[in-house]
Design a binder for this molecule. Sequence first.
Ligand SMILES: [Zn+2]
Length: 324
Amino acid sequence: MFSQKVYSHFPNSSHDSLSHLSHDLYANQQKQWQMLADGVSALENVQTRAIDCGTFSVRLQYNPKRIVSTGAKVDAASIKERKCFLCVANLPAEQQGVLFKEKYLVLCNPMPIFKEHFTISHIDHIPQSIEEQILVFLELAKELSPEYSIFYNGPKCGASAPDHMHFQASPAGLIPAENEIDERREIKKQIGVVTISAVKNYERSVIVLEGKNEQEMELTFLRLAGAMRVVLNTNEEPMMNVIGSFDDGKWRLIVFVRSKHRPAVFFKEGNDKILISPAAVDIGGLVVTPMEKDFRTVDAEMIKNIYEEVSISNDVLRTIIEKI
Ligand SMILES: [Zn+2]
C-alpha cells in the first residue's frame, strides 16, 4: 500500500520544513532499516584523499559500496531487464519517505556518499527529464535550503535509473564545486533578473544561472537547454549534471555540460581500467572510486584528463551561451 511508504507529508499542518522532515526521516530510517544503518556506518570508515589539481582541488572517496552505482549497466536492454528500484512497489519493506506535494518521495539512499544522502523519486515510473521537472527542482532547492543542496544526473550521464525520474540531495557545501564556483565565474549575460556565467580555469564546461525569481529561473533554464540542444545538435535531452541551491532569496544552478558519460579508461581491461563514472558529485569535485587500486593511484593528471574528456570545448560553451 502506498500510504505505508509515507513517513510524513510536506507540506503538513504543523508547517514543518522539508529539510527538518528529511533529517528526521534519515534518523528514523537508520533505526528501522538495517541496510541504511550499514551504509551509514560503512561511510564513517571510508578513506578520502585530496588531490591538488593546480587551479582547483578534488577529493577522492574510496567507497566500495558504490560499485553498484558506479559500475551500473545503464544501457536500454539492461534497464529493461531489471526491476526498477525506484518504483514504490519495489522499495524494500522497511523503506519509507517524505511525500513532497503528492508527487515525489524523499528517500534515504542506502549506499550513501554523504552522511545524509537522499534520492528524491517521482511516485510514477516516468523517464528522467529535467526540462519537464525544472520547476520542482527549483522548489526542492528552496524547501531543502539552507541544510541541503539538490542535484540531477541526466539519463545518459550518471543516472543509474534513467527510466525513473529522480533527483538527489546532500548536505549543502560538501560538493567542492559549490564552494569553488563563485570566485571563478565570469558573468556573460543577463536575461531579466537572471545572471548567466561561465566558469574559468576549471577543466570542466560549466554554466551558472543565478536569480531571485523562480519563474524567470525556470524560463532561462529552458532557454539554456534549448540552446544546448541546437548547438550540440541533438533531439534528446542535452547531456548535463545540475547542482542547485537556494541562499539569501536567490537560486543558483550549476550546470555541467557533458560530451559523454564515461571516459575511455572506464572501458579498459585489467590494470589500465579506472572505475570512475562521473555523475554530478564526481564532476563537482568529489570523485568516488569503488576500487582501492584507483583510490591509491589516480593523480591530478588523470582527473584533469577525465574531466576534459567528458566535457565540451570552451568554443562550444561560448556558442551555447551566445544562443541562450
Ligand atoms: Zn520505476
